[in-house]
Ligand binder design. Structure first.
Ligand code: BGC
Ligand code: CA
Length: 341
């Protein structure tokens, strides 16, 4: 069934592309210079809070250039096999450059080989391939954030709130008893945020005790379920701080606490619009900017340049550091949330 769905997807894509090829022909007789640039965009899954924001911003950039650029967007549905088949199909139709959000950042080689064979440039975003993988193809670039810096920024937000509010230390032992909801296991952002948030607190002399840590796969509903179980478990009343690798999960944890009649300082990452509203209302303690718009804009402009055979950052303010652009991470709490809304 899945296979049929995928095939159908490819056929629909193929006919869309054929149709656009026909349009190109028509346009050619009138205005030869206006042939559209065909670029590809993939997402590990469309149904992800952060990726949805990125895609919206990317497609808005494309809509502003709709007379010259044409985007084929594909949902890899969190499957490495689907991702590969779809990329192959779109390459076959002749896209000039790709923006790719890998399903598995540690398994980029297969995709890179496909692109190399067709000599098609690529900007990976959000899920960073290894340095070796980045070095393995001269037409490969990456746009993302520095995940370590995001962990540090989150740790600093927690430190600030903790120091300002001695009453947060419910059992008065001078130690933060926390629970941690993590993203997908092995995802570089999840690993780094988990490590550096706590390490920053400890490096700054604040002791911590982990009551629970588990993955909620970046997902709101899964996070709510995990938090429900922790709150109703034997440690439920000991929790002092809730730390989440992203806002999607923080929103799930907050829902769970609401249902249990609890209010605990909860921290996320991403600066989703919904999270900023909660921070302003005092229902969430803090988040870290993951600037979906900035990353989408950088990725789009680089892909369009590459599709035209130009240098990736030509005509932009973007600065590449060895083929990579990392957008700054900024801690956001009640004191500065207004600047980000
Ligand atoms: C974001 C998450 C998102 C993930 C997807 C992370 O950088 O913070 O919200 O689910 O990327 O890869
Ligand atoms: Ca304590």
């Amino acid at each position: 069934m899945k296979k049929i769905g995928m095939l159908l997807g490819s056929i629909i894509l193929a006919s869309a592309l054929v149709a656009c090829g026909e349009k190109k022909e028509e346009a050619k007789t009138e205005a030869p210079a206006s042939e559209k640039l065909s670029i590809g965009l993939t997402a590990y899954k469309f149904d992800d809070n952060f990726i949805a924001l990125f895609r919206k911003a990317f497609e808005a950039e494309a809509a502003a250039k709709a007379d010259t650029v044409e985007v084929t967007a594909i949902d890899s549905q969190n499957s490495v096999a689907t991702e590969k088949e779809q990329i192959e199909a779109v390459l076959e139709k002749g896209v000039k450059a790709f923006a790719i959000n890998l399903v598995d950042a540690s398994a980029a080689d297969g995709i890179i080989n496909l692109l190399k064979e067709k000599n098609v440039p690529v900007v990976f975003y959000n899920r960073k391939p290894s340095d070796e993988a980045i070095a393995s193809y001269d037409k490969l670039y990456y746009v993302g954030i520095d995940p370590n810096a995001q962990g540090v920024a989150q740790g600093e937000l927690i430190e600030k709130l903790w120091k300002e509010n001695p009453n947060l230390d419910l059992n008065k032992d001078g130690v933060i008893q926390y629970v941690m909801l993590t993203g997908e296991p092995g995802h570089p952002d999840a690993v780094a945020r988990t490590k550096y948030s706590i390490q920053t607190l400890n490096d700054h002399g604040i002791k911590t005790e982990e009551l629970h840590k588990d993955t909620a796969m970046w997902d709101t509903a899964t996070a709510k379920d995990k938090m429900d179980a922790w709150l109703s478990g034997p440690d439920g009343s000991k929790i002092e701080v809730v730390i989440c690798n992203n806002d999607g999960m923080a929103l799930g944890a907050i829902e769970s606490m609401k249902a249990a009649g609890k209010v605990l300082p909860t921290f996320g990452v991403d600066a989703l619009p919904e999270a900023l509203v909660k921070i302003e209302a005092g229902e969430m303690a803090g988040t870290v900017l993951n600037d979906a718009k900035g990353q989408a804009s950088a990725t789009f402009n680089m892909v369009v340049n590459l599709a035209q055979g130009k240098e990736p950052t030509e005509g932009t303010d973007l600065k590449l550091d060895n083929k990579v652009i990392l957008i700054p991470s900024i801690g956001i709490d009640k004191s500065n949330v207004a600047d980000f809304k």
